[in-house]
Design a protein around this ligand. Structure first.
Ligand code: PGA
Length: 250
């Protein structure tokens, strides 16, 4: 009942020309994704150009971040409304690279999430523990805190707009993916937290896994009943790899 969602996060890669070429290759390689939802997140500067390439196809657009204010004196920020205007329907929020390199706090992620929802964007909320936190047995505690802060005040009828991406920090860009059992166990934990706070609506929110997903391991994650998709970084920069991941989803 939950459609598979595969998101390609291009991070800080691709000039406009490169982005157009990659989006076009992805469009051709993915073809008809059937019931799966496929979304790509180019850098801000390429979003408008990529929109032209995927317009009229089943591929959707995400922003890699969004500010919490809609307009005003916020030099360098991009608001959810402007992203919606340029064709985005999703926004990746709270990615661990934002938390790590841009000092983004849980409270900031919460403001962004509410602003994104208000502008009609579906947030892809990233949560996940660092190595030390896992080693100390605190992975679930950390993820619970990130969820509780980011989702505070979200109404039950709105919760299904949010996809949660479980991305253990140590698995991102390292080639060392989480074990599928560990990822499934954390997805269960996340679903449990959502159910405790939002009741039945929890069953309609999608939970993704992210962190070194590639064509070789994607099927292992995507076959887990508790996982509804993947957030893909490095492997989304290659059209054939990304398409293979899409096709591994049910
Ligand atoms: P990766 O990145 O697939 O390159 O590990 C995932 C992410 O950062 O979302």
């Amino acid at each position: 009942m939950r459609r598979s969602l595969i998101v390609g996060n291009w991070k800080l890669h691709c000039t406009v020309v490169e982005a157009i070429a990659l989006a076009n290759s992805i469009r051709l390689a993915v073809g008809d994704p059937g019931s799966r939802e496929v979304v790509i997140a180019p850098p801000f500067t390429a979003i408008y150009a990529v929109r032209g390439v995927i317009c009229g196809t089943p591929i959707g657009l995400a922003a890699q971040d969004a500010h919490w204010e809609e307009r005003g004196a916020f030099t360098g920020a991009v608001s959810p409304g402007l992203l919606h205007d340029v064709g985005c329907r999703y926004a990746i929020l709270g990615h661990s690279e934002r938390r790590e390199h841009f000092a983004e706090t849980d409270a900031a992620v919460a403001r962004k999430l509410r602003a994104a929802l208000a502008a009609g964007l579906s947030p892809i909320l990233c949560v996940g523990e660092r190595t030390a936190e896992r080693d100390q047995g605190r992975a679930q505690t950390v993820v619970s805190r990130q969820l509780a802060t980011a989702l505070a005040g979200v109404a039950p009828e709105t919760l299904p707009m949010v996809a949660i991406a479980y991305e253990p920090v140590w698995a991102i860009g390292t080639g060392i993916a989480a074990g599928t059992d560990d990822a499934a166990a954390m997805a269960d934990h996340i679903r449990g937290r959502l159910a405790a706070g939002w009741g039945d609506a929890a069953g309609r929110a999608r939970i993704l896994y992210g962190g070194s997903v590639n064509p070789g391991n994607a099927g292992d994650f995507l076959r887990q009943d508790t996982l509804d998709g993947a957030l893909v970084g490095g492997a989304s920069l290659n059209a054939d790899s990304f398409a293979a991941i899409v096709k591994a989803a049910p």
